[in-house]
Design a protein around this ligand. Sequence first.
Ligand SMILES: [Fe+2]
Length: 450
Amino acid sequence: MLPRGPVRTAIIVATFTAAALLLSLVYLFPPTFTREYFIAFVTLVALSVAATLLHLKFTEAGSTSSMDFVPELGAILLLGPSGAVLVTLTSELISESLLERAKPAYKKLFNASQLILAVGLAGLAFVEFGGLPSLESFPIDRSFAPFVVSVLVYFAVNTGTVSFVVAASEGASFLPTWRRLTGGLILFDLTMSSLAFALAWFYVQVENPLFVLFAIIPLIGLRYSYGTNFELQRLNTDLLRLMVKTIEAQDPYTSGHSLRVSECARAICQELGLRGKQQRNIETAALLHDIGKIDVAYNEILRQKGPLTPEQRQLIRDHPARGVDIVRSIRSIPGDVLACIRHHHERWDGDGYPDGLSGSEIPLGARIIMVCDTIDAMTTARPYRDPLPISVVREELIKHCDAQFDRAVVDVVLRSGILERIGDHVPAPSSRLITASKPTPEVVTGSRTN
Ligand SMILES: [Fe+2]
């Protein structure tokens, strides 16, 4: 059954537009039905299906990235826009029946439609910019520029339509969704498109199309190289999360704290336009910011219900440095992550610890973690109070701008809807609620043991 709202509209529009485009292309560029055409068609479909079967799950969102666009873009150069669309449609039907039997029909329909739109419009762009699809000759100089245009059109339509539907279904903004789904791989995909150009050239040069099937060998190599790399990264992340869970198991009031701080930091990074490595480093630092508390010296403090002694307060102030010492032993953790962990309790006015840095001396990631850490402390229950309402959190953030927090980071939180999304998950307060007029000092310094 079709989902409701803008997603439903998008699927219907994409399906009808794709059907109209398919018919128009077949009418404008009729297939030739020669033996050569048929052999090329079967070869390209076989390559496309094989590439799909070797699909990779390696974007940050866990979405599938397949190399099937290589033979499909190659089909534009060899068979023209209509042939390329027919190759894509046939390959998609075969692949879906082999791989995705349980997938809802409307998802299959949308997937096929957006691929037809992407390949069809890319094919039209190729012809429109002077490209001449042919199985007999391959003029590199004349084909290259139109091919580049067609690749850009392909990825714009492909990633644009998918991101639009995903953003609409999640009620999220388009650009952050696009960044999340492409996972920084768009440049990799654009580079890999040159394989399509090489494939078409090779096909025209060799007499035997079976040789072209050898093109699958570099695809297998790429699949394993990127697949292995992705799996290793995921294993690293899982291990880090396990470490953090182990620490938080000691204190039920901070359960899930680091993960929520990391998610909040990611949302702020996306709103600030940070991406790739910088975003990943800040997320990782946010996840590990309190790792220093794994030290046995903190066991007693984490369980203690009463006020802290001066010695215990000093011990608490040591946890960022202890955290850096622990994380430093993981060689793959970059220096930027260590800096964010060390400075996540520095205040904008210089009154924080451990080094008393102020303003932009504090790494941006540490300033982001400081804000997220405090938001999470305020929006979760403590032994001495219930979660604070979002309106109070908002007031506290504004009140402590330029003293505790970087105003630029707070502005992003206030205008982006991040607070409201967090508020959706905050449990309803009970009678122990502390009102807006009397926020406790602990509120603005994060949780008591931070
Ligand atoms: Fe901390």
